[in-house]
Design a binder for this molecule. Structure first.
Ligand SMILES: C[S@@+](CC[C@H](N)C(=O)[O-])C[C@H]1O[C@@H](n2cnc3c(N)ncnc32)[C@H](O)[C@@H]1O
Length: 313
């Protein structure tokens, strides 16, 4: 396995040459599900799915760092049981210091030439999800005038919409911390965005509020987590997406579009489309699945991410 690392990494050599220094260097489909390596500038982020001893972890990290010519490697432990266990130590899942090589608190990495601030030791999520690069590129290439970026995280879609020529972009997220990070990403790109473009709070509340105000958008982007425990209820993408699509339709202008994303291997493309279609039909709006996108070429064989652009009547 370790012997094949240079060969696997060489397959992505064209990405930095094309202005992308944040990408998946080795995907789980290439490692029998044991690990994945994300490259961000001159450091790597090693996601571990197998249960390895500390010595094995150190050996793997060093092999990845050397094969990819990186300065340091950060570790993310992702055992299946940790997903819902509240008592798993955050610092154990995502050690703040590198497991190999030099530390980098922050890295500015490029995606198709657009800079993003990546914090490799910050958390399990480091500031951008590499798999959605094709969806972000679509937004940049097709950005209409008014865009609503729901579940914005660090505003990757919002920044791309602005680069693509959108006149007004609103980013909504439940975390002030990630919205502030998003504002830093706007600033890195030299984009001026007023504070009012960063809407703090629950997307479901914001949809109702925007609808009451009569605000509509030409493109609404939906990128929710697959599972979340809310104040009153539990959100499950595989059950609740139709309801979310219906709320989004209420703030989508006539002839507008909704981009729906789901990150869940257990949701098939057909069932995802059916759920959204039914949700839209319930509002009396008709939607046509105009475009389907998946994870980028650096995620060979990946089926977890589905992005569908719906053209509404
Ligand atoms: C999968 S990430 C979104 C990724 C993001 N769209 C991107 O481009 O990188 C999910 C985000 O949704 C936010 N979130 C989860 N539930 C939310 C809710 N009910 N309302 C607003 N934001 C929510 C989280 O804080 C997190 O930033």
């Amino acid at each position: 396995m370790l012997d094949s690392l240079p060969h696997l990494l060489a397959r992505r050599a064209h990405l930095p040459a094309q202005g992308t220094t944040f990408y998946r260097g080795v995907h789980t489909t290439e490692t029998a599900g044991e690990f994945a390596l994300d490259v961000t500038g001159d450091v790597g982020v090693l996601s571990l799915y197998a249960d390895l001893s500390p010595e094995e972890e150190a050996e793997l990290a060093e092999a990845c760092g050397k094969a990819a010519g990186l300065a340091g490697i950060y570790l993310k432990r992702r055992p299946p049981e940790a997903r819902h266990a509240a008592n798993v130590e955050r610092d154990w899942l995502s050690p703040p210091d590198p497991v190999w090589g030099e530390a980098r608190g922050e890295v500015t990495a490029l995606e198709n030439g657009v800079p993003f601030l990546i914090r490799p030791g910050a958390d399990l999520s480091i500031g951008l999800f590499a798999d959605a690069r094709p969806a972000r590129q679509w937004v940049r290439q097709h950005a209409p005038a008014r865009v609503l970026n729901a579940f914005a995280y660090t505003c990757g879609f919002g920044v791309n919409a602005s680069h693509g020529g959108a006149e007004a972009v609103k980013n909504v997220d439940l975390s002030r911390k990630v919205l502030a990070w998003g504002q830093e990403n706007y600033a890195l790109s030299g984009l001026n965005a007023p504070d009012e473009d960063f809407l703090y709070g629950d997307v479901f509340d914001w949809f109702r509020r925007l609808e009451r105000r009569g605000e509509t958008f030409d493109l609404v982007i939906l990128d929710p987590p697959s599972f979340a425990r809310g104040r009153a209820e539990v959100w499950r993408a595989e059950r609740d997406y139709g309801r979310l699509a219906a709320l989004a339709a209420a703030v989508t202008a006539p002839g507008g579009q909704i981009m729906t994303l789901v990150n869940h291997a257990g949701v098939s493309p057909a069932s995802f489309e059916r759920m959204v279609r039914l949700g839209l039909e319930g509002t009396g709006r008709r939607g046509r699945a105009a475009e389907s996108l998946g994870a980028g070429e650096d995620f060979p064989g990946a089926t977890h991410l589905k992005a569908v652009v719906w053209a509404l009547d």
